[in-house]
Design a protein around this ligand. Sequence first.
Ligand code: RFL
Ligand code: PHB
Length: 402
Amino acid sequence: MKTQVAIIGAGPSGLLLGQLLSKQGIDNVIIERASGDYVLGRIRAGVLEQGMMDLLREAGVSERMDKEGEIHSGFELAFNNKRVHIDLEALTDGDTVMVYGQTEVTRDLMQARSEAGLTTFYESSNVVLHEVKSQSPYVTFEQDGKMQRIECDYIAGCDGFHGVSRQTIPESVRTEYERVYPFGWLGLLADTPPVNNELIYCKTDRGFALASMRSPTRSRYYLQVPLTDKAENWSDDDFWEELKKRLPDDVASQLVTGPSIEKSIAPLRSFVCEPMQYGHLFLVGDAAHIVPPTGAKGLNLAASDVATLYKVLTRVYQEGDKECISQYSDICLRRVWNGERFSWWMTNMMHDFGDVSVNGADAATFEKFMSSELNFYTGTEEGRRVIAMQYVGLPYEPLSTQ
Ligand code: RFL
Ligand code: PHB
């Protein structure tokens, strides 16, 4: 089989890239390790920046998002039983974010792909990338017990943090930057009305909590937990009880509880692989970088990589300009590091690091620095604007069109 772009992974990065390339007449095939249902069963991101909303519109997959997604013009930071409103719209140029789950984005993209009759292999195993430095790379994999080979011009590695694409870049060429945090987030999804109409990020002596949502009838909550905890050892009652203790009192009294639909623990990590391009292979999204979820940046950074790559490949195919290939990594990494820094900063400021020393400071000293940071930034309009600007996302800087 032959295609122009072989895409590894049918998460949001792979599906969105495939959709945008197809709209430009660029042929692509997606190879995914899991089943479609498995991909849709993963509960992840919930907040889309303006740039990602616009990209989904450009891809022609925004109809349901525009109908069902909720525009949020602000969010709250709670600490010391105080609630500080970050008015995104007033503090920026009228920018807002949208609450529309990653699951729904993925479902819309899958549907568009199947309606367009584009090829996706699900449940493929032993996916291997070959000759990525050459003009004729190819991908092999096993499908229903048979070996398959797809010849292509380019490969997009959209296979997440645990995928194979990044490992294809020789270690001598790759530099990896990493910070692993000493706690995780326990997430719970429930068909209960959200406790507040905006997200609330809470810092408490018992650890961090986040009150989020998916719709007016579906809420999503998170608790900071030790990495040694197991989701199955947390009963729903234990979760709700702990959440009430971490929400501001007036909010906790409004909490509606109910049975969980999903409960899982995610570790927190900051990670970047440089460069993001090697020969005819491009890394996209979580395959190249991971952020802790505190700034809601993971999915949005993935979307901005996709925006850049689809512009690069469009230029390659429509204008024969191969020079721009070497710009992909630098363009993406500028934005990635901004997102990494913001997520790291928010994570440091909002979490309880227990007795772990951080950045060379003992735990008590680090906590004093972070409390002061939080008070300083939330206590002035300039500080709140710095938070707001970063939360709504910096402008996309995909390839310029000059
Ligand atoms: P994904 O979504 O991980 O998709 C990668 C796909 O590649 C497949 N795959 C392979 N396919 C073929 N061969 C192989 N060898 C393969 N290995 C893997 C996988 O099955 C999968 O389908 O990466 P992508 O597309 O780059 O999308 C990135 C986003 O998923 C990610 O950034 C966000 O979900 C991160 N994230 C969050 N981001 C936010 O912006 N806001 C959030 O609130 C938020 N919450 C989260 C999150 C990530 C979580 N993880 C990673 C556990 C909550 C969680 C729990
Ligand atoms: C979510 O709703 O899953 C969510 C929202 C904001 C975050 C992280 C997760 O920062």
